[in-house]
Ligand binder design. Structure first.
Ligand code: PLP
Length: 355
């Protein structure tokens, strides 16, 4: 830390992204990306836009916003395109939380929430997941705080029902409830239809997982038009051109690839069920996942040992060295071929451990 670093950030512990190794070719199942490269239409659209990179992007992302509003079935005034959904979440923390408006979220969830809170000087409360790792939705009823919940949750993969989400939103009318639907396309129930009924609900989604654009950085916030106007105030006070030209073009093109999208999310769900069954056969406990990853633990190898063993064998998964979940690993669902490599190497490690 330099002596110039602001005291307000001195205690900040930044978010740690999953490894993006450059040294070797890994079967990469550690950051919940899609294993499927985007279709040709997306590559062509981005390439065409590259010729105009000397000009600023459209601060309103008008064409993309119009298409996204159609896809999500909302008005243009109810949606904001962002630089990844991480930006949407940070804008929401900035817009709706402060010293007098703290935020609550589960103890085991997306690691960025406490970072956004600390960055913006926002007090936060963590509410423990139940023993079975589900979000105890009753714990969020009428708590008089802003709330952020990933639904389905990460890294557990488990989901709350739409009815449970509605109870939380309905019982906290004086606070904003942010529902982070990064993984909703893999089997969760989206609460976007509730935004017409509740002016305190903000939903975020991302193009990083089910739409194969993690490297483009594109996310979306959906909610009552007044909430979206507030997010725009923050956006125009930080980075008006938050979505770059190539990303806007890629995003517009991918939203037109309906069949491609349906096929890919179906493939991920099938590979997930396949991998779940195989892991259970190897003696793993696997949580019920509605996402593109599994959260699992073996009774024979500890989480860290499995992570390290797989890395040595060329397969990257994620291990969180955190209380309550240190025995678990998080495995992104890739192609069937990738999952077969992962399963074969896992089997080897378990057999070696038994010797
Ligand atoms: C991946 C992820 C995000 C953010 O994704 P972006 O790439 O910034 O769109 C947000 N929330 C959760 C729970 C995630 O797993």
């Amino acid at each position: 830390m330099s002596k110039y670093f602001s005291a307000k950030y001195a205690a900040l512990t930044p978010y740690v992204p999953g490894e993006q190794p450059k040294d070797a070719q890994y079967v990469k199942l550690n950051t919940n990306e899609s294993p499927f490269a985007p279709p040709q239409s997306v590559i062509d659209a981005a390439r065409l836009e590259a010729g105009k990179l000397h000009l600023y992007s459209d601060p309103e992302s008008a064409a993309l916003t119009k298409k996204a509003a159609e896809v999500w079935g909302v008005k243009k005034s109810q949606i904001l395109m962002t630089n990844g959904s991480d930006e949407a979440l940070n804008f929401a923390f900035m817009a709706f939380c402060d010293e007098n408006h703290p935020i609550a979220f589960p103890d085991i969830t997306y690691g960025f929430y406490p970072v956004f809170a600390a960055l913006n000087g926002i007090p936060y409360e963590t509410i423990p997941l139940r023993a079975d790792f589900s979000v105890g939705y009753e714990d969020y009823l009428a708590i008089g705080k802003n709330i952020v919940i990933a639904n389905p949750n990460a890294p557990t993969g488990m989901a709350l029902s739409l009815v449970q989400i509605e109870e939380i939103v309905k019982s906290n009318p004086s606070n904003v409830v942010i529902i982070d639907e990064a993984y909703v396309d893999f089997g969760g129930e989206s609460c976007v239809p509730l935004i017409e009924k509740y002016n305190n609900l903000l939903v975020t989604q991302t193009f990083s997982k089910s739409r194969s654009l993690a490297g483009a950085r594109l996310g979306v916030a959906i909610g009552n038009e007044k909430l979206i106007a507030d997010l725009n105030t923050v956006k125009y006070s930080t980075n008006p051109y938050n979505v770059n030209r190539m990303t806007a073009a890629a995003g517009l093109a991918i939203l037109g690839e309906t069949e491609w999208f349906e096929n890919n999310r179906k493939a991920i769900c099938e590979n997930r069920e396949y991998t779940t069954a195989a892991l259970k056969e190897l003696g793993f406990t696997v949580l019920d996942s509605k996402t593109n990853f599994l959260f699992a633990k073996s009774d024979k190898v500890k989480g860290k040992a499995l992570y390290e063993g797989l890395k040595a064998k060329g397969v990257l998964i994620r291990h969180f060295n955190t209380a309550r979940i240190a025995d678990y690993v998080r495995i992104t669902i890739g192609t069937k071929e990738q999952m077969d490599v992962f399963l074969a190497k896992t089997k080897e490690i378990i057999e070696e451990a038994a010797k």
